[in-house]
Design a protein around this ligand. Structure first.
Ligand SMILES: Cc1cc2nc3c(=O)[nH]c(=O)nc-3n(C[C@H](O)[C@H](O)[C@H](O)COP(=O)(O)O)c2cc1C
Length: 357
């Protein structure tokens, strides 16, 4: 039984939340979720289980970065039925982010535009929170998403990622290098092979305790084919552990949205673009680099589409805003049915099945 069934959310709760400013509604929801006691979760259908990087995921559906930037509601993500949660973006030092308003709903498009600019309580506040969660034991996997501070000079950016690695690696099942947010000036320039090498080298050399977690790279959907191929080749050469494809887009008309509001666009209009980028990365890195597919997933069909394009895990954020917390339980049930319908015995069998060599 989903926690809050979709019709109840869409008919009652969503209109109340949508009557508030988007960021106010976000903080109110997070505050409520952070107080939620852990709830028993029904076991996941066996065909949704997947193993990656030597770890089991009981299902492939994850919370995308940005929803729980400061790791305040991890118990709730577990209770809602996620297989993993990507927390962050976390920056080394606290910072407020951009001036408000900075999150906008586009209900006709089932989309959001945000220009938050990494508001973060900083790693020294977030780290003990995650350590405490770890000590309590979690059923879901925890990924931590890292970004540099806005005022960090260019020559110190790699050192920011190294500092985050040292402080937070012991608490993470895997970590994500975020160089693809459109809202931190200059950050997307770090999506070049040379600069990724610089960040990765700094993280590799950083002391990180006994266990070095897998390191993934999150890319923007707006890279052209040549640049995306170059990043994929660098990721393979450097032996990165995977790619998160993709962050929000700066495109508007190309994805059928007319808004002039500045920032990154997420949600339904991003779905096809994200899927195209996932397939491009899969073609280039086939079997060597697991992909987390994210962008525009609103239901199980969208999730399976990203999986068939090459994603081993998928994540969502905007879908949760429009469909509510019951979405995850409903998606898991439908995804298992869709796999059976298409003759797949597991997620792994479906990964990349729509991508021609
Ligand atoms: C309000 C908001 C804040 C976000 N913040 C972050 C962030 O801090 N770090 C990050 O890597 N991605 C961030 N994202 C991007 C999401 O993780 C995801 O890549 C993107 O929204 C596409 O997925 P979706 O269509 O399911 O929302 C944010 C997205 C939204 C809507």
């Amino acid at each position: 039984m989903p926690l809050i069934p979709g019709p109840l959310y869409r008919g009652l709760l969503r209109p109340i939340l949508f009557s508030l400013d988007a960021e106010t509604a976000h903080h109110l929801t997070l505050a409520i979720l952070s107080m939620m006691p852990p709830l028993p979760v029904a076991p996941d259908p066996l065909e949704l289980r997947i193993a990656l990087w030597g770890m089991e995921f009981s299902n492939p559906i994850g919370l995308a970065a940005g929803m729980d930037k400061d790791a305040i509601a991890v118990g709730a993500w577990q209770s809602l039925g996620f297989g993993f949660a990507e927390l962050g973006t976390i920056t080394p030092r606290p910072q407020p982010g951009n001036p408000k308003p900075r999150v906008f709903r586009l209900p006709d498009h089932l989309a959001l535009i945000n220009r938050l600019g990494f508001p973060s309580e900083g790693m020294e506040v977030v780290a003990p929170r995650i350590e405490k969660i770890r000590r309590g034991g979690t059923r879901i996997r925890i990924a931590l998403n890292f970004g540099p501070n806005k005022d960090t000079p260019v020559e110190q950016v790699a050192a920011d990622y190294a500092a985050l690695m040292t402080r937070l690696a012991p608490s993470a099942d895997f970590v994500v290098i975020n160089v693809s947010s459109p809202n931190t000036p200059g950050l997307r320039n770090w999506q070049s092979p040379e600069r990724v090498r610089e960040i990765f080298a700094a993280m590799e050399q950083a002391p990180a305790g006994a266990r070095r977690p897998p390191i993934l790279l999150k890319v923007a959907p707006d890279l052209d084919d040549a640049n995306l191929d170059a990043i994929c080749d660098a990721a393979l050469t450097l032996h990165l552990d995977g790619m998160v494809v993709c962050n929000t887009t700066l495109k508007r008309e190309e994805v059928g949205v007319g808004s002039a509001e500045a920032g990154g666009l997420s949600g339904h209009p991003l779905c096809d673009l994200a899927r195209d980028r996932i397939a491009s990365v899969y073609r280039r890195t086939r079997d060597k680099l697991p992909i987390i597919g994210v962008g525009g997933i609103m239901n199980a069909d969208d999730a399976l589409g990203h999986i068939k394009a090459g994603a081993s895990l998928i994540e969502l954020y905007t879908g949760l805003i429009y469909e509510g917390p019951g979405l995850i339980a409903a998606m898991k049930k439908s995804l298992a049915n869709l796999l059976r319908r298409d003759g797949f015995r597991s997620i792994s069998e479906a990964v990349g099945s729509n991508v021609k060599v």
